[in-house]
Each structure stands twice: as structure tokens, then as C-alpha cells.
Design a protein around this ligand. Structure first.
Ligand SMILES: *Cc1c(COP(=O)(O)O)cnc(C)c1O
Length: 395
């Protein structure tokens, strides 16, 4: 499989479904990326920031107690939750922030739903001396006041979007409008392996440090590659970053876990229940209703609540190279409690989906086999939700 897509396509997926006015901006981005990605000075500066500022490499932890509880394959946790900012998102925002600087753009715009990508963008821009402006729906700002405040503390300017449903999709529209108007001064920093080409490639490459470290750490510790790599899928960046190194290694099973929400029709499982369609500039699997309108999504984890998925995942699914499953809210919550109790780790609710599936998989595997689960983020942000759900359960 080609890792740099011909014509920006992974098989039939991906592409550039954007207004004519944005095509030159995407071309400028692609040539800048191709120029800088293997530049020694760029690599050294990014690696330095990842190491000294973000906290790489992250540990690969053998979860002895979880393994015992599951009763089968060894379960290892790739601890992206220990990064600065509490999640893998900083791998990407630092990478694209540095790219923006090399391109001579001092102004960075981003859009955010729950606020996690907005915060990661604010962090990277503060550290790199860039101006960040973040579009966020007014409804989302109200729901996620703390994240909105965090961004402002770090010097980002917040644009409250009051159009339409005043949530993520309206924020995306506003960000795109801004970019089209201010292309010469502005870098648009996308937060997952989604959007028009070349974003899915750029974000994947910046996140692929996760899988490279997994490879090295497993070789050093176990003398071989893992039998399976499991990660949750929202837009798909922590999963693509975990998978990329292993796509050509047939012995490694790749499993993406989507948000199963409250069950059929009430979830964010684009690959499991979606159809091929165009969303946010890409052809991929999307959740639509009978009229072809983008369907409302539902998940206990804000980070997985997205009606599309990165095009490379659609391709890996179609090729049969990766498997995608769903885990429901209640099972993710159960896995959150399990990991807290047996390992003393509070996973992000997003990551808890992956933990839930890994435990299930481990049971049907042999003791000498191994699974690496990417713990994409830490769960401190989710403690209130967990408390509320626990209260509901005991009523
Ligand atoms: C944003 C986020 C996700 C979902 O994004 P992907 O692009 O699918 O990785 C998953 N986990 C955490 C902790 C997040 O913050």
C-alpha cells in the first residue's frame, strides 16, 4: 500500500472536495509539507519539542493487573495520556505549528467541538510564539467553559460561532471561510486525520511517532512486534498514528474502536453504520439519515462524537487490513472503572473504548501473545461525567 496517496486518494477515499478558492492554499500546504517533512533542521526542532516540551517518548507499560483480570494475552498500554496537555493531540499541533512557522504564517486558526483540539492548538501556539484563533460554536462554549477559558489563558483568541446549530460543523464552516479570505497570512490547523488532502497525510505522519515508539519498545522488551494494536477512532488520528508503522507488517492485527453510544442509530460509528459520502472536503464513510443529511451523533466521549472518519481508515477497512468494531457507552464506562481500580490509571473516556475491546480480545488469545492499546488521553477531564453516570446507574 502506498503511504503517500496518489492524487490525494487512499483507494477511492480522500481527495479534495473544496471550493475552487481553497485549491491554491492546499497546494501551497502540500508543497511546503513535502519540502519540510524530511528537512533535517525541521525534524530536529520538532523532535526536540516532542522530547523536551511534550514528554516523548511516552512509556509502554505492561498492565500486569489488567492482563491478569482479562485472562489471556498480555496487555500493554501506550501512555499518550502522559503527554503535556493530557492527550496525543499535541504531537500534531506542535508538528503543524512548526510547519506554519516555516511557511511564514504567524496566524493559526483552528476549530474545536469539545475544546480538546482548541486547547492543544493554544498550547502549541503559545510555545512556538504563534497567534492562535479558535472557532467554537456558542453552544459548545457554554458546555465546555473550562476548555474555552484554558485557551484564553494561553493567549488564544476565541471566536464564538452563533450561526446554524452553533456547534462543531458551524465552527468548521467559519474557519474555512476565514482561511479562504486570509490564506496569505493564515495557517489552518486541522486536528485529526480528516479534511481535504493533504491534511489526512500530514496529521497521520505527525502522529505516527506513536507506532514507531511502540515498535521499538516492543522489540526491546519482548523481542518482537505485538500481535495486535488497538486504538479508539473519532476522526482517527491516534489510531492512524498507532497503525501506520504496522500497515505493511501483516502479522500485526490492527483494530479501531468506534463509539457505539447507546446502540444502533444512536452512536458515532461512521465505519460500522455509515455510507460513503462527502464531508469536510473528503470522501469517506459518513453517518447520514435517509435523506442524506448528516446524522446527529451520540457518545459519552466528546472526542469520538464525529459523524465522519479519516479516509485512510475507510481504505484500510475496505482493503481488510484493519478491523473496526464498536464499544457502547456503558462498556466504555465499565472499562474506565476497571482500569482505575486495577491499574490506578484514569483513562479518557475515548481511550476507555479501546481498553474495553482489548480486554475482550485478550480473553480469546494465548498468554504469550500481546496487545498494545493506545491510551490516547487521561481521564481527569471526564471524572464529572463518570460520577454522573455512576449516580444514574445506582438509582
Ligand atoms: C480528540 C481525542 C480522541 C479522538 O480523536 P482521534 O483523531 O480519533 O484520535 C481520542 N482520544 C482523546 C483523548 C482525544 O482527546
Amino acid at each position: 500500500m502506498k503511504s503517500y496517496p496518489v492524487n490525494g486518494r487512499f483507494g477511492e477515499f480522500g481527495g479534495q472536495f473544496v471550493p475552487e478558492t481553497l485549491v491554491p492554499a492546499l497546494q501551497e500546504l502540500e508543497s511546503a509539507y513535502l519540502r519540510w517533512k524530511s528537512d533535517a533542521g525541521f525534524r530536529a526542532e520538532l523532535d526536540g519539542m516532542l522530547r523536551e516540551y511534550a514528554g516523548r517518548p511516552t512509556p509502554l507499560y505492561f498492565a500486569r493487573n489488567l492482563t491478569k483480570r482479562a485472562g489471556g494475552a498480555m496487555i500493554f498500554l501506550k501512555r499518550e495520556d502522559l503527554l503535556h496537555g493530557g492527550a496525543h493531540k499535541i504531537n500534531n499541533t506542535l508538528g503543524q505549528g512548526l510547519l506554519a512557522k516555516r511557511m511564514g504564517k504567524q496566524r493559526v486558526i483552528a476549530e474545536t467541538g469539545a475544546g480538546q483540539h482548541g486547547v492543544a492548538t493554544a498550547i502549541a501556539c503559545a510555545a512556538l510564539g504563534l497567534k492562535a484563533e479558535v472557532y467554537m460554536g456558542s453552544v459548545d462554549i457554554e458546555r465546555q467553559k473550562l476548555n474555552a477559558y484554558r485557551m484564553e489563558l494561553m493567549g488564544a483568541e476565541l471566536h464564538s460561532v452563533t450561526a446554524g446549530s452553533r456547534t462543531l460543523k458551524d465552527a468548521i464552516n467559519e474557519a474555512l471561510r476565514d482561511w479562504a479570505t486570509n490564506v496569505s497570512t493564515t495557517y489552518y490547523l486541522i486536528g485529526s486525520v480528516v479534511g481535504p488532502h493533504p491534511y489526512p497525510v500530514i496529521v497521520r505522519d505527525f502522529q505516527s511517532v506513536i507506532g514507531k515508539e511502540i515498535r521499538d519498545q516492543m522489540r526491546r522488551r519482548e523481542g518482537r512486534l505485538p500481535d495486535a494494536v488497538v486504538a479508539c477512532v473519532g476522526g482517527g488520528s491516534n489510531a492512524m498514528g498507532s497503525f501506520h508503522e504496522f500497515v505493511e507488517k501483516r502479522g500485526v492485527k490492527l483494530v479501531g474502536v468506534e463509539a457505539g453510544g447507546a446502540g444502533r442509530g444512536r452512536n458515532a460509528a461512521s465505519l460500522a453504520e455509515g455510507r460513503k459520502g462527502v464531508l469536510h472536503g473528503m470522501l469517506t464513510y459518513v453517518l447520514e439519515d435517509e435523506d442524506g443529511q448528516i446524522r446527529e451523533t451520540q457518545s459519552v466521549s466528546a472526542g469520538l462524537d464525529y459523524p465522519g472518519v479519516g479516509p485512510e481508515h475507510s481504505y484500510l477497512k475496505e482493503r481488510g487490513r484493519a478491523t473496526y468494531v464498536t464499544v457502547r457507552d456503558k462498556d466504555a464506562l465499565r472499562a474506565f472503572h476497571l482500569l482505575a481500580e486495577v491499574e490506578g490509571i484514569l483513562p479518557a473516556l475515548e481511550s476507555a473504548h479501546a481498553v474495553a475491546h482489548a480486554v475482550k480480545m485478550a480473553r480469546s488469545m494465548k498468554k504469550e501473545q500481546s496487545i498494545v492499546v493506545t491510551l490516547s488521553g487521561r481521564g481527569d477531564k471526564d471524572v464529572q461525567i463518570v460520577a454522573k453516570e455512576a449516580g444514574l446507574e445506582s438509582e
